[in-house]
Write a new protein. Structure first.
Lengths: 263, 265
């Protein structure tokens, strides 16, 4: 790609965004839509600036839960995957239940968890974790089992122990799969945290962004609601970008997915 | 040095007791297919033995049986002079089969690492092995930064780093272009002459088997068995111009005919 093409590739989505935002603002003003139905981008930006202190502290609460849930998903999902890779029987016995957890809608389980777990933060964390851990588990299991067959034979030929084969062969082979799962899980952890906050917020607690959205809805402060939404999206994009960077840095020297096409 | 000294050395190696002895070896797969049947084979210490045959004749199966990666369904694989242990066997696969996340040096020192050799010795021996295959200066390179031929050299260095007494090679140069393949053939012959390692080399190229070997086994398929055996009476290492010599052409013709008979049978 030439420098001009690269610039264009960056400028194009920015221009699209500006055109859409401009059209939105223009329509809202032209049709005189009241702000409690649909606020324009200017009103949303104003609300964001005005309520920044409140929204920022709520953002930190939500972000903290999402990141802690992601951390828990990485540890539990990763450990379970290693355990599954050690024994096909353990995998057979437990994997179906991981699938059950994955396919049951979190909105349906969240109220139960809130009842069973006294600590609200902990219950939010559990909800976000349930949503986030499956892609890590399933991707890592796949990765651990997809080590090059010839390399597996080579390790056997040289009498590698189970531990050596895991550490020197299976874990590095699984890394690209794990990182792809991590990227998906990052977004899911945020979604899980927000959904759980919605449920918990209805129960009368919380100060996360989801609660701000509910609160703003009750008070008909629609611009603030949109501002909170924009913050959640920005946060999701940031998590995705950071994990993408991690993926690139970890794989750039050896994995196909991280290679730039060379012309 | 007298030009026929290597030849005499090769002859002397042949007279030593066999390194590996296969008696009535058969291998049946779980599907019921008989991959190999009735293989009797003595591999002499120091020889360069090629196993030549069409795809599906059980060449690779035979190699894996010798390596101990497979067990025979019938017959036995013996090491009359004593099994040299795991580090006594080097294996080179059809693909370079390197760990893509590790540098050339880390790939080469893997067998030593698995055997828990001291770290400093690992590094020193891996560096020496890379230098021996002509890759000095590429220690830090990752596999994807190397050409196909260079990757195969790393793979050979990894197989030699344990100083094995038996080097098993499974169509190692099949995926390389012809010029690279010729250069690697010459370098492999030089390494063989220098180190005294016994080589069993699986190939489906008549030319390659004649150029490299002191002995060629021709295999036939369904079930895989040894159909013919040829001795290659030519100096080793091959003199310059050997590829265009009448002697080489005659040997290739004989081998081709033996292969055709084996495939017709």
């Amino acid at each position: 790609m030439t420098a001009a093409q690269r610039l264009l590739a960056l400028a194009l989505p920015a221009v699209t965004g500006l055109v859409v935002l401009g059209g939105w603002e223009g329509l809202v003003r032209y049709l005189d839509v009241p702000p409690y139905v649909l606020p324009g981008p200017v009103a949303i930006a104003a609300a964001l600036a005005e309520d920044w202190g409140l929204l920022w502290s709520s953002l930190l609460v939500t972000l903290r839960i999402a990141l802690l849930a992601l951390l828990a998903a990485v540890s539990v999902g990763g450990l379970l995957a290693v355990l599954f890779a050690q024994s096909r029987w353990v995998e057979r016995a437990l994997f179906p239940y991981a699938v059950v957890l994955q396919v049951t809608p979190i909105v349906a389980i969240a109220p139960l968890i809130l009842i069973w777990v006294d600590d609200v933060t902990l219950s939010l964390l559990i909800c976000a974790w349930i949503v986030a851990f499956f892609p890590i588990l399933s991707n890592t299991v796949l990765g651990l089992n997809s080590a090059d067959r010839n390399l597996v034979e080579l390790f056997r030929l040289y009498g590698a122990t189970r531990w050596q084969a895991l550490w020197l062969l299976r874990l590095p082979s699984a890394l690209p799969f794990f990182l792809a799962g991590l990227r998906v899980a990052g977004g899911l952890a945020l979604i899980g945290a927000v959904v759980a906050e919605f449920v918990a917020g209805a129960g009368g607690t919380g100060s996360g962004l989801a609660f701000r959205i509910l609160e703003a809805g009750y008070q008909l402060k629609i611009p603030r609601m949109f501002a909170a939404l924009a913050l959640i999206s920005a946060c999701g994009i940031a998590i995705f970008a950071v994990l993408g960077l991690v993926q690139h840095l970890a794989l750039r020297r050896w994995h196909e997915s991280a290679l730039r096409p060379e012309g | 040095m007298s030009p026929d000294l290597p030849e005499m050395l090769a002859a002397a190696r042949m007279e030593a007791p066999p390194l590996v002895l296969l008696q009535g070896v058969a291998r049946r797969f779980a599907s019921g297919t008989l991959a190999l049947s009735g293989v009797d084979l003595a591999i002499g210490a120091g020889e360069f033995l090629s196993i030549l045959g069409p795809s599906g004749c059980g060449k690779s199966t035979l190699l894996r049986l010798i390596a101990g990666l497979l067990d025979p369904s019938a017959g036995r694989v013996d090491w009359p002079a004593g099994h040299p242990g795991r580090r006594g066997i080097g294996f080179v696969f059809q693909d370079a089969t390197l760990m893509p996340w590790a540098s050339a040096l880390a790939n080469v020192r893997l067998p030593l690492r698995l055997a828990r050799v001291a770290r400093a010795e690992q590094e020193a021996r891996a560096e020496a092995a890379l230098a021996a295959v002509g890759l000095k200066g590429f220690e830090r390179a990752f596999p994807r930064e190397l050409s196909g031929g260079m990757r195969m050299r790393v793979s050979i260095a990894r197989a030699l780093v344990t100083r094995p007494s038996l080097l098993l090679m499974d169509e190692p140069f099949a995926a390389l272009d012809e010029l690279t393949r010729h250069r690697l053939n010459d370098d492999l012959l030089a390494l063989w002459a220098e180190s005294g390692v016994t080589v069993v080399f699986v190939t489906h190229s008549v030319f390659e088997s004649v150029y490299l070997s002191s002995r060629i086994l021709v295999m036939a398929a369904r079930p895989g068995r040894i159909a013919a055996e040829l001795r290659v009476e030519a100096p080793a290492p091959r003199p310059p111009g050997f590829r265009t010599s009448a002697a080489y052409a005659a040997l290739c013709r004989d081998t081709s005919e033996a292969l055709e008979r084996a495939m017709a049978a």
